[in-house]
Design a protein around this ligand. Structure first.
Ligand SMILES: Cc1cc2nc3c(=O)[nH]c(=O)nc-3n(C[C@H](O)[C@H](O)[C@H](O)COP(=O)(O)OP(=O)(O)OC[C@H]3O[C@@H](n4cnc5c(N)ncnc54)[C@H](O)[C@@H]3O)c2cc1C
Length: 308
C-alpha cells in the first residue's frame, strides 16, 4: 500500500509545487522555534491544490496552512502531516485599474507596500514593516501605526478544499482587530484586492522610512520573535500591563519578555515551544492577578492546543 508520503514524492505536479520532507519548522518561522514537519509543500500554482489535497486525503493526512511564519509558534514535537504554503517567488501584484491592486496571497506585505508607494498609491504604508504575507495579513487583519488591512481590502479570492475557489467581499471576511471570519471557516487566501488612494510617491516613501525607523527604535528586531505576543486587551496596552507587573525581562529558559518592548516575547537562542508556553502562562496569570485583565495570545500555536 502506498502512503501519502510516497505518492507525494512520486507524483508529477508539473512543477506546480515543491515538496521537502522532514523540515525543521525553526527554518520557516520568525520565532525560530519548532520541531520538524513531516512534509512542507510550497505551492507555485494554486491549480495544484485539488490534486494535492486529494493525495493528502488518502491517509486522512492533516495539513496546516502557513504564510510567512511570522505569527506562529510551532510545537517542539513538530507537525505530523503536511505544512502547505503559497510560494513567494511566483507571487506578484497586478494593477486592475487606477486605484486598485490585486496581490497574490504569498506576496510579502512589505513588497506590496513598496509597490503601492512606487505607483503613487496611498493606504498601504502601514504594512511596510509587517513581515507576513498578503494571505496571512488578510487572515490576521494585520495592522500597525493606525492602519490595518480592513481599511483597504476590497475582496479576496479564497480556496476551500470542499468548495473550490470563491471571491469573498471584505464584509464577508468580517475583519476586526486581529480577526477574520476565516479563523472560523478555514479557507486559503489565494489573492487579495486593495482599493487605494492617490498619493505622492516621495511623501509615502518618507512615511515608510519613518515607520521602519520607529520599529527599529522600539522593537527587539535583533532577536527572533513573532511580533507582539498578546492581543491588546480592550482599554489597555499588553506591553504596559506586562511591564507594570514587573515582568519586563522575565525569562523561562531562552524565552524572554523583551527588555526593549515588553509586548514582545523573544527567543534568545534555543527557546523551546514549551518554554514560550510556560512564559505565556506565567505572564497571563500575573497580569490577571494584578489587574484582573485576561490576556489572549495573538500568536497562533501550531501542533498544540491554543484555539483560534
Ligand atoms: C518583528 C515582527 C513584527 C510584527 N509586526 C506586526 C505588526 O505591526 N502588525 C501585525 O498585525 N502583525 C505583526 N507581526 C505579526 C505577523 O507578521 C502578522 O500577524 C502577519 O499577518 C502574519 O502573516 P504570515 O503570512 O506570516 O502568516 P503566518 O504567521 O504564517 O500564519 C498566521 C495565520 O495565518 C494563516 N494564513 C497564512 N497565510 C494564509 C493564507 N494565504 N490564507 C489563509 N490563511 C493564511 C495561517 O494559517 C495562520 O493561522 C509581526 C511579526 C514580527 C515577527
Amino acid at each position: 500500500m502506498f502512503s501519502w508520503r510516497s505518492i507525494l514524492q512520486k507524483h508529477d505536479f508539473e512543477q506546480k509545487i515543491d515538496v521537502a520532507f522532514d523540515v525543521p519548522m525553526k527554518a520557516l518561522t520568525t520565532f525560530k522555534i519548532g520541531g520538524a514537519a513531516d512534509a512542507v509543500v510550497t505551492v507555485h500554482d494554486p491549480s495544484a491544490f485539488d490534486e494535492l489535497l486529494r493525495i493528502l486525503a488518502i491517509d486522512n493526512t492533516p495539513f496546516y496552512f502557513i504564510g510567512g511564519g511570522s505569527n506562529l509558534l510551532v510545537s517542539d514535537e513538530g507537525l505530523r502531516g503536511a505544512v502547505v504554503r503559497l510560494s513567494s517567488k511566483t507571487a506578484g501584484v497586478t494593477r486592475l485599474d487606477e486605484m486598485t491592486l490585486q496581490a497574490d496571497g504569498g506576496l510579502p506585505l512589505p513588497k506590496l507596500s513598496r509597490e503601492a508607494q512606487q505607483l503613487g498609491l496611498a493606504g498601504l504604508a502601514f504594512a511596510c514593516g509587517i513581515p507576513g504575507t498578503v494571505g496571512g495579513g488578510v487572515y490576521m487583519n494585520a495592522g500597525a501605526y493606525g492602519g490595518e488591512i480592513k481599511d483597504v481590502l476590497k475582496e479576496a479570492t479564497v480556496f476551500w478544499p470542499d468548495q473550490g475557489v470563491k471571491t469573498m467581499s471584505a464584509d464577508e471576511l468580517a475583519l476586526s482587530y486581529r480577526h477574520s471570519s476565516l479563523m472560523k471557516t478555514g479557507g486559503i487566501v489565494l489573492s487579495a484586492t486593495f482599493i487605494l488612494k492617490p498619493g505622492d510617491s516621495d511623501a509615502i516613501g518618507a512615511e515608510m522610512t519613518d515607520l521602519l525607523q520607529r520599529r527599529r527604535d522600539k522593537q527587539p528586531l535583533e532577536f527572533p520573535s513573532a511580533g507582539s505576543f498578546f492581543k491588546r486587551p480592550e482599554g489597555y496596552f499588553a506591553g504596559k500591563l506586562i511591564d507594570d507587573c514587573g515582568l519586563r525581562g522575565y525569562r523561562v529558559g531562552d524565552a524572554q519578555v523583551s527588555e526593549k518592548h515588553a509586548g514582545f516575547v523573544i527567543n534568545r537562542g534555543e527557546a523551546t515551544c514549551e518554554q514560550v508556553k510556560q512564559l505565556e502562562q506565567d505572564v497571563r496569570t500575573r497580569v490577571y492577578e494584578t489587574f484582573g485583565v485576561t490576556m489572549q495570545p495573538e500568536v497562533r500555536l501550531l501542533g498544540d492546543h491554543w484555539l483560534p
